[in-house]
Write a new protein. Structure first.
Length: 298
């Protein structure tokens, strides 16, 4: 893929060093990033002393510096490093306005020729493609058949039936993820804020409908995979409502799969056999807030 005349990140592979030039307007939004938020390699090498008046930040590093790695193939020497963007927190600790990003960089040198005899072209993942891949998460929520083998063709139910939901997330180029359902709300109209309104999953992953008497509502264990979550809810309707339609909207969220479930990331069902809340994963302590309503906000 040809680079644009003014790419967000430009790389020059020289005989003994590489030069990385980074546009302050990395995202093309007109909001410049700070030079202190950029570093090169696992050693976190800083850029050259930046000039605030310049629109670019420049890194210069020897091929073996900044934690770069070397791969030797039959015909090439390949030096690899990574440009890191780690945004600083906003003034409000409860919110973030930017996400970290990484730009992998490679310099290829022929083993059997004079390096200075011809042009050397770096191979790298364009910044925009990397950011887009990291942010491209596709969520879905489907009604499944009784065997959980395929999507249910009909959305009609009788009272006494079970609604089987499967939530999924797919991504491209992202770290492994674990999916959670923070809240699911049923309403009689498409407006999720309308009344009557019943939140059958609430408090950041508590399936509160499982607490009601004579219900078999629960998260289903085990997960098919970390990025999928199944739960079933006994069919219901609103008392006094002559309509036969329910509108259900859910808030889905992911965390890194390597991160252990915690009070912020949980899937809890009430066990009538034990009289206690039980997590799909993790220890019982993460579900202790489901009855008190004091669960921390995700």
């Amino acid at each position: 893929r040809a680079l644009s005349p003014r790419p967000a990140v430009a790389v020059r592979c020289q005989e003994g060093q590489l030069v990385v030039t980074v546009s302050r307007d990395l995202f093309g939004t007109g909001r410049p990033v700070r030079a202190a938020e950029l570093s090169l390699g696992t050693a976190s090498c800083p850029p050259l002393s930046p000039n605030p008046a310049q629109a670019f930040v420049t890194f210069v590093a020897a091929l073996h510096e900044c934690g770069s790695t070397l791969q030797v193939t039959s015909d090439s020497l390949i030096y690899r490093t990574t440009l890191f963007y780690k945004p600083t927190r906003s003034g409000n600790p409860l919110i973030v306005r930017a996400t970290p990003a990484e730009v992998p960089i490679e310099c290829h040198y022929p083993r059997r020729s004079n390096v200075s005899s011809g042009a050397v072209h770096p191979t790298w993942a364009p910044f925009r493609s990397t950011v887009a891949a990291e942010e491209r998460l596709r969520f879905s929520l489907r009604l499944m058949d009784d065997e959980w083998s395929r999507e249910r063709l009909s959305n009609g139910f009788q009272l006494g039936d079970s609604l089987r939901f499967q939530a999924d997330v797919t991504s491209e180029g992202h770290v492994p993820l674990r999916l959670f359902v923070d809240q699911c709300v049923a309403t009689a109209t498409p407006d999720r804020g309308s009344s009557p309104r019943y939140a059958f999953i609430d408090r950041g992953g508590c399936l509160v409908d499982s607490r009601a008497e004579d219900t078999g509502s629960a998260f289903v264990s085990p997960r098919p995979r970390p990025e999928s979550l199944r739960f079933q809810v006994d069919a219901f309707k609103f008392a006094g409502d002559a309509g036969n339609l329910l509108y259900i909207s859910c808030h889905l969220r992911v965390s890194p799969a390597a991160e252990a479930p915690n009070p912020w990331n949980k899937a809890c069902s009430f066990s009538k056999a034990s009289g206690l809340w039980a997590p799909l994963e993790g220890t019982a302590a993460i579900c202790s807030c489901c009855d008190t309503g004091s669960c921390p906000s995700p």
